[in-house]
Design a protein around this ligand. Structure first.
Ligand code: ZN
Length: 183
């Protein structure tokens, strides 16, 4: 029998997202949760659509017209509140795969584990005293550690999960679906 295991990283289908200009804060949080999320800060709608198609991304938008655009998959975000927005994403797409690592909230690149020694000259002394584990962005080189901000992220995700369980009990059909218009 053939062994199908491959040497390369498994490429399970993962949701890749593209947040439009109104959802920058949401984009940063989704990256921390591990979702591959590009942020179209300045692109006009037709370019957002083109990029989403080219990269196989689901568009997150608060703009009904963009969400209805043909040829893209889009999720219309109703809420203006961050927690609810995350909830909306998770209730439709599900949580990111458990093995996904947080991505750089600034630039969406993957984060690499690094040591306290390697970042000694780049983080404040009081941080070095309290933390042993650091990450470095593979693209923008920013350094991260599990400080209070990180705890906020984990808290918020836990909250979203709890609400998610409740919502599933209430009604499975009420949550939105991804518009998947064809050309
Ligand atoms: Zn980065």
């Amino acid at each position: 029998m053939n062994d199908k295991s491959k040497t390369s990283t498994p490429t399970n289908p993962r949701f890749r997202l593209l947040a439009d200009s109104m959802l920058g804060r949401l984009a940063r949080w989704l990256r921390l949760m591990g979702y591959d999320t590009t942020y179209a800060a300045t692109l006009p709608d037709h370019q957002i659509a083109a990029q989403a198609r080219a990269e196989g991304r689901i568009v997150l938008t608060r703009d009904r017209e963009l969400a209805r655009r043909k040829g893209i998959r889009a999720l219309l975000i109703d809420s203006q509140i961050l927690e609810s927005q995350i909830q909306e994403v998770v209730s439709v797409l599900g949580l990111p795969a458990t093995d996904l690592e947080p991505r750089c909230p600034q630039c969406n690149a993957s984060l690499l584990q690094t040591t306290a020694d390697a970042v000694r000259t780049r983080v404040p002394a009081h941080v070095l005293e309290k933390h042993q584990h650091f990450c470095r962005c593979s693209e923008c080189d920013k350094i991260y550690w599990r400080g209070s901000h990180w705890q906020n992220v984990e808290l918020l995700i836990a909250q979203v999960l709890e609400n998610q369980d409740r919502a599933e009990d209430d009604n499975e059909n009420q949550s939105g679906t991804i518009a998947n218009a064809t050309e």
